[in-house]
Design a protein around this ligand. Sequence first.
Ligand code: HEC
Length: 131
Amino acid sequence: MYHQSQMRTRSFAVFLAVPTPLLGLVGVLAAALAGCRSLPPSKPEALWTPEEARGAQVYQLKCARCHYPTTTHGLHGPGLQALTKVKAMPSGAPPTDERLTQVILHGRNMMPSTPLTDGQLSDLLAYLHSL
Ligand code: HEC
């Protein structure tokens, strides 16, 4: 028997150790092992602020083709559920707004850079915090 928070740490430790193509499989296994309850739930759409709702639209346009928002399972990049609620992103970096801004605007490895206006960026960050 593992305590839930230990389980969460273990899942993410596994994420750090494997190459990107295996993330999806590892995510499925980790979620199965954790009983799919290892992450805090996303904010329901009905409770979104106007900023979060606009950010969701930016996400649909610019991010959704590569990232699932409601799971950590991989698509082309890692799933982003609970992205800002965990200690470290898949790369190991802390999920600060500063770091997220850098990854979004400048890209990272196979992730392309995404040019956004300041308004789009702050809406998108608000949305990412709701995941
Ligand atoms: C063409 C596919 C693609 C698009 C579009 C894309 N990403 Fe990514 N993303 C990736 C890949 C691949 C990675 C893994 C990069 C790596 O660490 O090697 C990634 C990684 C990330 C990470 C984790 C960074 C880390 O430090 O671990 C975040 C957060 C992220 N993307 C957010 C976004 C957001 C927000 C958008 C929309 C603005 C976006 N991505 C658009 C493919 C994409």
